[in-house]
Design a protein around this ligand. Structure first.
Ligand code: SF4
Length: 498
């Protein structure tokens, strides 16, 4: 009798260009694939999103009491097969790992699911703080390796651009490895310790998606209420009857009540105040100090240093002055003495309450991490034999792009360049391969008829019931996220021909 051939000791994984040879019971270099008794298996379970009214729940592994799921998907809320745990199409000549159909409101829909290997990817980080963390174009380092740079600040927030092909592939091997590891941790919601800038001026920043930044060891609490000028506008009415002058100290635009348009409208008389820096328009001053981690994102701890002597022909002894930062966390109250020099005084309750009102109107400071990647390359071949048709279908709103079920913003122009908030995605959505590159889930959803038109692998379509197994991880849809299969996502939503 013919004996079965012994299984080879090691098997080759071809899910990325590294082509690991994996011994039985071991996993490959990325810990995503393993050899289980001669069979190559994806170690993370396929993740299914179930559309419910509930808020997000953790994965089964994290939740000792997961929602019951009886396996009857017809009776259940609508399942959406994400690419988390799906596997890749690499080397891209073959169809995507899962091409799944289901009927939604009498429309046959299909979702093409794959984990993309992204060499062209990075994250954009928004850090809600006024504190100076670095100048535009300053280099951001992790473990001494450059992984990105400081971008243009946005309103009340500092911005970082991290990763990208220049750091993943364009530097040393270590730079690529450290960059990939930092991106992976940021995208999987872990904290990353980074240094911004050089030498003694460098700032330490700990970034974690959804958490406050930690800047030079101090956890940030509040995002500013607005710039100094905006704060004057917002609170002028609460100040003008209680104090003669207010200065809102801000690294960008310091506001002065008596000169500001809001003060003029309220008939606040001139006070003879003189503010250092560059006067932009009435009551709005730029560059009153250097950027730093002091009042209003400046380097000052004593607000009086931004003032010159009061004009003696206008100011008067007994004039009251409130100086406050853009978060209301710092404030000081002064009275001019006979020499018109500000002297610290006890702040009246109404003004103290107004400072607390400024703080109350500040939002909590958090870090936001948005994954950005280019899906307009070879992974399209796992969707269709005619890749450009997929790009066109996305542009024509016939195909909806999601990442781990989360709505992806698709940039205008060429390619399929997507951006998505990692907090909208299931936890641990991301992996890596040592090439180095990030592995991120991506799904393309469309009508079956549109899939046929763009040259899709219609013979590979499986009904959703055949794809979902008991081993799948199930999560509820994240609150506020659209259902990828809802007709409102598509150009044909009103029922007309597309
Ligand atoms: S690194 Fe991972 S995906 Fe790449 S070949 Fe090895 S096991 Fe497979």
């Amino acid at each position: 009798m013919k004996q079965p051939r012994p299984k080879p000791e090691k098997i080759r994984c071809d899910a990325c260009p590294v082509l690991c040879y994996i011994a039985d019971g071991r996993s490959g270099a990325c810990d995503r694939y393993a050899n289980h008794q001669g069979e190559l298996v994806r170690l993370d379970a396929l993740t299914i999103i179930e559309t419910t009214d509930a808020k997000v729940v953790p994965f089964l592994a994290e939740n000792p009491h997961p929602q019951d799921w009886d396996g009857n998907i017809v009776q259940q809320s609508r399942p959406f097969v994400t690419a988390v745990g799906a596997g890749t199409t690499y080397p891209d000549y073959k169809p995507a790992p899962f091409i799944v159909s289901q009927q939604i409101d009498d429309v046959d829909m299909v979702t093409v699911v794959t984990e993309g290997i992204f060499s062209y990817c990075g994250v954009k980080v928004k850090i809600d703080t006024d504190r100076h963390i670095g100048h535009e174009r300053d280099v951001v380092r992790v473990d001494g390796e450059p992984i990105g740079h400081v971008m243009t600040s946005e309103y009340g927030s500092k911005m970082l651009s991290l990763g990208g092909v220049e750091h993943l592939t364009g530097g040393t091997k270590k730079e690529g490895r450290v960059t990939c590891d930092a991106l992976l941790r940021l995208c999987n919601r872990d904290a990353v310790d980074m240094m911004v800038g050089e030498g003694e001026d460098a700032t330490s920043v700990v970034v974690q998606a959804g958490k406050p930044p930690i800047i030079n060891g101090v956890e940030e609490r509040l995002m500013r209420v607005g710039c100094g000028s905006a704060a004057i506008g917002m609170f002028a009415k609460q100040w003008f009857e209680h104090v003669d002058e207010v200065v809102v100290v801000d690294d960008h635009i310091t506001g002065v009540l008596s000169e500001h348009q809001a003060g003029k409208m309220l008939d606040v008389p001139p006070t003879g105040i003189r503010v250092k820096g560059r006067r932009s328009t009435p009551g709005r001053y730029f560059q009153v100090a250097e950027p730093g981690t002091g009042w209003g994102g400046t380097d000052i701890q004593d607000p009086l240093v931004i003032l010159d002597a009061f004009k003696p022909e206008i100011a008067w002894p007994g004039l009251h002055l409130l100086m406050i930062s853009t978060t209301g966390e710092q404030y000081a109250y002064y009275e001019l003495d006979a020499e018109l020099t500000p002297q610290t005084a006890d702040i009246p309750p109404a003004l103290k309450a107004s400072a607390e009102r400024v703080s109350e109107n500040c939002e909590p400071s958090v870090c936001s991490v948005l994954f950005m990647g280019g899906a307009g390359g070879s992974l399209r071949a796992g969707v269709t034999e005619n890749p450009v048709r997929l790009t066109k279908s996305v542009k024509e709103a016939l195909t909806y792009v999601s990442c781990g079920g989360a709505q992806a913003y698709v940039w205008p122009g060429g390619g399929i360049t997507v951006m998505v908030d990692v907090l909208d995605m299931p936890t641990n959505s991301f992996g890596y391969v040592p090439t180095p590159a990030l592995v991120a889930p991506i799904e393309f959803t469309m009508r079956v008829q549109d899939y046929g038109t763009l040259g899709g692998y219609v013979d590979e379509i499986s009904p959703v019931e055949d794809v979902i197994s008991e081993q799948a991880r199930r999560v509820d849809q994240i609150e506020g996220q659209p259902d990828p299969m809802a007709r409102s996502n598509y150009r044909w939503k009103s029922g007309g021909s597309a």
